[in-house]
Design a protein around this ligand. Sequence first.
Ligand SMILES: Cc1ncc(C[n+]2csc(CCOP(=O)(O)OP(=O)(O)O)c2C)c(N)n1
Length: 328
Amino acid sequence: MSGVKVRLDAPHCRELLRQMLRIRRFEEKCAELYTKEKIRGFLHLYIGEEAIATGVMQALEPQDAVVATYREHGHALARGIDPRAIMAEMFGKREGCSGGRGGSMHLFDAATRFYGGNAIVGGGLPLAVGLALAEQMQGRTGLTVCFFGEGAVAEGEFHESLNLAALWRLPVLFVCENNLYAMGTALAISEAETDIARKAESYRILAEAVDGMDVVAVEAATRRAVAALRAGEGPRFLECRTYRFRAHSMYDPQLYRAKAEVEDWMHHDPIPRFRDWAIAAGELHEADVATIEAEVADEVAAAIAFAEAGTLEAVEDLLRHVGAEARA
Ligand SMILES: Cc1ncc(C[n+]2csc(CCOP(=O)(O)OP(=O)(O)O)c2C)c(N)n1
């Protein structure tokens, strides 16, 4: 599969930059809206990690399924869910992609086969394995991509899921977003084996570690894995090495890491890194970047206006979908 290549022409470069900027600008606004109490509840920003969702989604087809974590705004945007429906969901409005019932951590969209949004660390892995098993049993061709943080490797669900996926040769791509910290717990002080790809290999799953701050490297690695998956070769595993630039969630004094470490990682910011490379390669020009920035700003503004104009569910409807409804 080493022959799988990423075609880096001007349209594709624009697409990669656009997707990463959509995530960055959308979330910067979310942070502002949170301080204004327009968005309530938990809010986990993906800023710094945009190259992963962007790169992985390039290799997927509409029939594929996606499972993510509570840090999933970027995955939802890159998968193609309408940003207006995502923002309305953050506002808790009925027009949101989960009807306003889920909020930031529970984005869901059947049309794009986006199965969430999951607040439980490691909780997405068995769901992804179940989706892939269903796909296999029903003779369909879609594969399932499961995103999770490195904190999930400490959960039993991680090991059970990898084991069954390997045993039954299920079409799952496990994507570990290793940003080095699970809330305030550094990987190095919680795992005896910090090489996560090796853990996957212990279940006989072929694994690759990739620079998660390099969108092209992520896309290329995903294309290799997806080609093998579509050829029926069983599950694959990608460890994407990355860093979150912001706090774990909105309340986090970040006492567990040094400011200098954060600043150092910011020098590897995937967006300027790719933008500058594409400009130097002659595939993008400053004017393209300005156009993309303006279009993204308009898109985010339209999403916020849509969410503001949305409606809250009526109080008498709040128990609908909560338990079985009584039949007369
Ligand atoms: C089963 C479970 N245990 C604990 C928590 C509390 N918790 C929420 S996020 C988190 C850290 C997870 O870190 P990681 O998986 O590395 O993902 P990241 O937040 O870095 O993206 C923890 C422990 C939870 N949500 N679920």
